[in-house]
Write a protein that binds this ligand. Sequence first.
Ligand code: GLG
Length: 834
Amino acid sequence: IFPGDAKAWKSAIAKNAESLKTDVDSINAQIVHHVETTLARAAFNVDEMAMYQAAALSVRDRLIHNWDVTQTFHTQARTKRVYYFSLEYLLGRGYDNALLNLGVRQPYNEGLKGLGFNMEDVIDVERDMGLGNGGLGRLAACYLDSTSTLDIPCWGYTLRYSQGIFKQIIDSSGNQVEVPDPWLENQNPWEIPRLDNAVEIKFHGEATPGEGGKGPGTWTGGLDVLAVPYDIPVPGYKTQTTNNIRAWSARGKVSFDLAKFNAGDYDAAVREAEEAETITRVLYPNENFDKGKALRLKQQYFWVAASLHDICRRFRKLRVPWSEFPDYNAIQLNDTHPTLAIPELMRILVDEEGQPWDEAWEIVRRTFSYTNHTVLSEALEKWSVPLVEWLLPRHLQIIYEINLDMLKDVEKKWPNDRARLARMSLIEEGYPKMVRMANLAVVGSHRVNGVAALHSHLVQQDLFPDFVEYLGRDHFGNVTNGVTARRWLLQCNPSLAKLITDTLGSDEWVVNLDKLEGLTKYAKDKAFQKKWAACKQANRERLCDYIEATLGLTVNRHALIDVQVKRIHEYKRQFMNILGVIFRYLQLKKMSPADRKRLVPRLSVFAGKAAPGYYIAKLIIRLCNAVSKTINADKDIRESLSVAFLPDYSVSLAEIIIPASDISEHISTAGTEASGTSNMKFALNGGLLLGTLDGANIEIAEAVGDENVFFFGHVTPDVPKLRRAHHFGEVQYPAELLEVVDAIRSGMFGEAGVFEPLLGTLFEGKDHYLVSDDFLSYLQAQKMVDEAYVDQPSWVEKTINSTARMGRFASDRAVLQYAEEIWNIEPIKIPQDA
Ligand code: GLG
């Protein structure tokens, strides 16, 4: 396998591996090597950014080494691989995470100190990799971390957006302003360009169906765009397994367009190339909302076509029949975004590989599985038929053929049931007709799962009841989400992590989160409680420092920290939270100073981005800022209540906020939040949940005990009835809510008129998310929080028990469940001598 002298190669490889030694001196030599050669700088010219880059590059050398070993081993062992197709990977920072997973944080720490740098400061100059919006993208990142840690061969496939999620700035009126996030401005050490693996992706052109619709068709002409892969290594925790995320970047094919050059039309040739590059220019900033933009459809096809091209190229090298494709490849569709992969694989199999249609369909269904992340109707993807036909003519033919087969089959089972056919069709009738991506994902997969027990139930009952009847119950299932304890405890909360390790006598919990259960026996132990509370206090202070530094706001450092951080969306009801804050403020104003003193002081923290075109969500942000301005300026209240809206929520900011929280709010209207994952992170870090009976909140309460969660509000089966009552104007508004609305209208929080459209969402049948129905019960739950907090020993006991029982919300558990129940793939450890 070596070109030339094998001995020369082997000795060179061994020498090279030796250069990756992990003692402090060697590490410093590796860092300085990058300072001198890669960055071409001298010691006097090294600032924090340069030191970060050099140190990160030295870490990257280790990652690449492990990556090579892993990929070579998996290829030679001909293992099955899982491919996680996700349009978003919200990775956050890579440096600290890589150090921890590689087990070299300590020597790097010392090394940097010797070179005159502080680890925390160096960590802090790294920009987040913000290639995602929120929960869905962060989930993908946690799952990749788990596949590596569990030694499951896995590649993520995604897009390399030039602009990730926008940066949020709050202007002087409290409004969100979006500015671009040029995350690639400083070169990114975590990606490896693979220019030699670029592939050509076709759009438009002419298509002809095959004979009888099922024979091999053709697709010619059109416009080719280059997809260039960039690889991001994903280290596992204390294992050599290093999986990969391959992110595609679009490039024009200008250099090949000789005809245009020769005709002297240089401009046109360049323009076409530039247009091609727009495909991966920006991440769409909507979450749980489908805008149906043509460029987004282009992104989706570009991404899945490049990824499948890659996977099929790898498969062909195995030289086994195509019928064995699913034995080597499992593809998980993260939401419907990659659903075009289904017709694309059909096209490859039928048109290019000459596989009979029915066998190809069998291969496709055995390969794919689909995760649904939402039941909100505005989020369900549909593409107009004319758009699909224009961009992907051959795929539309294939979709029609799949549809015809399915409808014939349904007609056979349920003769003369026109309504059923209309509901199940992949094509929704109307002007224009629309392709229903979720229906396609369901029939093109062997398994569909939701992301929490309640959600998976609703997926079956409300979203796809016809498909449950048609395909059977076993086609559907649940895999409750999970989070990685590496980032969301070990990395973000080092003091608590250390206390846990010291107490349990081992750090095995990092890879086996059920081990946390061992903490329950210390829950009542006074000495342990004291240490536990001290960690929380230190984290509280870290957050207060951050608030002071970013907002110039001094807050009571012993206040109960009440947090709601997530995308701003009406269904998540940040509105209800801020209305509750106003209610508290009004109460405090009515009290005597002595009574006020007796109350538990509060710090309400908000953070989150609104989609740039989401007017009401942006008004919610503005209201939070207006309320915080008034309250924080009120000298009588300052000690008892303050409000902070922290701009530009990100993974890195979450790492500061989550460990500091006493209470976090997960207060979506019942049945609307599929799972939530920050709820898991908060509980894991010794914060208690205040929430509705929605998403994973329900399972978290089951695990940690009802007595350790503050539940309130209506339950899912109540919702239709309540909405109807609003529709018919049969709602009683609680006086507490009206008092708060009046306060806003009085101008207490600045110009009142501004908030009218937001207040309007409460009245006249518009309260779709039932804020008015849940408000009283929300206030009562908040009161219970205040009362419970007074009894500190009991509170701390609750938080210990909460952390201790969060084991089942590890992403390791979730990934193992996918591996066993859906992917049919087993962990495979890389041998020492590989
Ligand atoms: C979704 C949901 C969240 C869920 C996340 C990951 O809104 O409830 O936790 O995916 O499954 N679109 C999302 O972010």
